[in-house]
Design a binder for this molecule. Structure first.
Ligand SMILES: O=C1O[C@H](COP(=O)(O)O)[C@@H](O)[C@H](O)[C@H]1O
Length: 252
């Protein structure tokens, strides 16, 4: 399998190296975007690999090269839980990195919490986030997605109706197969509007997911396969790359 020219698969030795290499790549992407337009927009992901990247970035002296005040931060999905809940992707991102950065609070856009202005109504919360997104011009520069062992990305799970939503940028997700069951997620069309989509997968429990998603175009069966930007990068470690054909991958 030779990947199309707008898709690359990079394989790093292990998950620590993958996290550090992805963090370095993100710093470069942000500084490049800022050099071109004065600001950069990044969509964060939850999960082990997303948080690993943020922790690596927190420990990198090169993070000082970024003008953090002019970074627009969004989330690809959120667990619909009270603000500050330890399982919220926002809480985990704050702990891993964000609290240590000189960000402009007006440019940080967490998805609504279940104790926010929309109460426990995930549909209203999703609509509010879609409106917030629509108010800020321009495509996302980099959209990060952790790939789940079942090929889910953001909160789009295989076979779940949310994968097929195409009439809005943000959707409520109920009855998710992974706890918590109620979530908010960008839709595939919103993900596909990004300049760059980076899919992160490390560890042997991601090997089957990576092989499946890279071998199909059926996003309903394997949501990660439908997560494509103008440019798409799969960032893997050797364990997660174990099932993909050699021809598809390059050493990171
Ligand atoms: O629940 C979620 O899981 C995925 C992947 O998580 P991982 O721990 O298996 O890497 C993550 O991408 C998503 O943002 C999150 O809400």
């Amino acid at each position: 399998m030779t990947p199309p020219p707008d898709l690359a698969v990079l394989v790093h030795r292990d998950k620590e190296l993958m996290a550090h290499a992805a963090a370095a790549r993100l710093i470069t992407a942000i500084t490049d975007a800022q050099a071109a337009s004065g600001s950069a927009s990044v969509v964060l992901t939850g999960g082990r690999n997303g948080n690993g990247l943020l922790a690596a970035l927190a420990g990198s002296p090169a993070r000082e090269a970024v003008d953090w005040h002019h970074v627009e931060l969004w989330w690809g999905d959120e667990r619909f839980l009270p603000d500050g809940h330890p399982d919220r992707n926002h809480t985990q991102a704050r702990e891993a990195l964000l609290d240590a950065l000189p960000l402009d609070a007006r440019r940080v856009h967490p998805m609504p919490a279940s104790d926010g202005p929309h109460g426990g109504d995930p549909e209203a919360a999703a609509a509010a986030y879609a409106a917030e997104l629509a108010a800020v011009p321009g495509p996302f520069d980099v959209l990060l997605l952790g790939v789940g062992p079942d090929t889910h990305v953001a909160s789009l799970f295989p076979g779940h109706p949310a994968v097929r939503v195409t009439d809005r940028t943000v959707t409520a997700v109920t009855e998710a197969p992974k706890p918590p069951p109620t979530r908010i997620s960008l839709t595939l069309p919103a993900i596909r509007s990004a300049r760059e989509v980076w899919l992160l997968a490390a560890g042997e429990d991601k090997a089957e997911a990576a092989a499946t998603a890279l071998g199909t175009d059926d996003a309903t069966r394997a949501p990660a396969s439908g997560a494509r930007g103008a440019r798409t990068l799969w960032l893997l470690d050797e364990a997660a790359a174990a099932g993909i054909p050699q021809a598809a991958a390059s050493d990171g």
